[in-house]
Design a protein. Structure first.
Length: 227
């Protein structure tokens, strides 16, 4: 059984309908309808087979689930250089937020210095989901006390994009930054360095967060009103 047959053997048409509403920019004919936990299990099994290497070098794929499977296979790689090379090849083919956001290689945590080099390159990309993945990776690994530098806020602040899913990622990044690095992030918003849409959406998402204190939310509301 080839990998497409395997995926179709787990097809759930109701889930296909549901998924197509979440990713409207993906043609419904290119969605099989396989739930993510099943895809993760298939990836773990498939990673042990030689055919998986051929699959990783067979871009582009036809189905949404194949891209998910691809991202999960990359996430299983234990060699950081191999992982980053596969990502560089893969990211330009991503065409939706769900696949982009699902890819979180385990090996990243142990190789932050090298990862940061790639993050800066990804963030500078003019491709929507390459840029989004770069911002997402920066958010995941470089907002903690041990890894954070104020210059990382500048990296995301300096992104000027009209892509909706990049702007949404910027807002998510800054909402998270408010929760983890409030004072440093507040400077960006006091100076109104972001486009109005990103500024407003970031504050909205921060105010909705349970990680922001009541006092901080009141301060952010004032910033929103005068933005």
């Amino acid at each position: 059984m080839d990998i497409q047959e395997k995926l179709f053997s787990f097809q759930d048409l109701e889930y296909k309908d549901f998924q197509s509403k979440l990713i409207p920019n993906v043609c419904k004919d290119n969605i099989i309808g396989v739930r993510v936990p099943i895809l993760r299990k298939i990836a773990k099994d498939f990673a042990k087979q030689k055919e998986s290497e051929q699959f990783l070098h067979s871009l582009p794929h036809k189905y949404y689930e194949e891209y998910h499977l691809h991202s999960f296979l990359i996430a299983e790689k234990k060699d950081i250089q191999e992982c980053l090379k596969l990502l560089d090849d893969f990211l330009p083919y991503i065409d939706n937020w769900a696949v982009c956001d699902s890819c979180s290689p385990k090996v990243f945590k142990e190789n932050l210095d090298l990862l940061l080099v790639y993050i800066k390159k990804w963030i500078a990309s003019d491709k929507e989901y390459v840029c989004r993945f770069g911002i997402l990776s920066l958010m995941r690994f470089f907002l903690e006390e041990k890894t954070f530098k104020e210059e990382y806020l500048d990296l995301v602040c300096n992104v000027k994009s009209e892509y909706y899913y990049v702007k949404m990622m910027q807002a998510w990044f800054f909402a998270t930054a408010f929760a983890k690095q409030y004072n440093s992030t507040l400077k960006i918003f006091d100076q109104k360095r972001l486009p109005l849409w990103v500024h407003t959406k970031s504050i909205q998402k921060a105010i909705e967060s349970f990680r922001i204190t009541k006092e901080q939310k009141q301060e952010l509301k004032l910033l929103k009103q005068v933005s």
